[in-house]
Design a protein around this ligand. Structure first.
Ligand SMILES: [Zn+2]
Length: 128
């Protein structure tokens, strides 16, 4: 019995989705999907997906129809603040030091975000 369903990718390549996790089988690390793949291959697939999703998120923040408005409402603020919080949580995971102090990591990231626009990227890198 095939536990995976198949979808067609935009380029015509078949891609499998794990029925257990609803994750792309190339990236899925469940027992069935990890079979015959090395950790290096699974890591590479997951990293590729992370980079693609980051590109998607950046594009959506800039161009999604829900981002097209003349004047922001408090609802728009809540939406973007929620996204910011979720991304901050991920960034904190990279910034936390061996002592495990997440509050300190978050504080460094928030302080880095206080930098002027042209320096904020560099400041964030320094914070992690
Ligand atoms: Zn799986």
């Amino acid at each position: 019995m095939n536990a995976r369903r198949t979808i067609q990718g935009r380029a015509g390549a078949a891609a499998g989705i794990c029925d257990s996790t609803n994750t792309r089988t190339e990236a899925c690390a469940c027992r069935a999907c990890a079979h015959r793949k090395s950790p290096d291959e699974k890591h590479r697939a997951n990293k590729r997906d992370v980079m693609a999703l980051l590109d998607l998120i950046a594009g959506c923040v800039e161009n999604h129809p829900r981002q097209a408005f003349d004047h922001a409402t408090w609802g728009h603020v809540g939406d973007i603040a929620h996204l910011r919080d979720r991304l901050m949580e991920i960034a904190v995971n990279f910034a936390v030091e061996p002592d495990g102090d997440e509050q300190a990591a978050r504080r460094r990231l928030e302080e880095a975000l206080c930098a002027d626009d042209e320096y904020v990227g560099e400041a964030l890198i320094d914070a992690v």
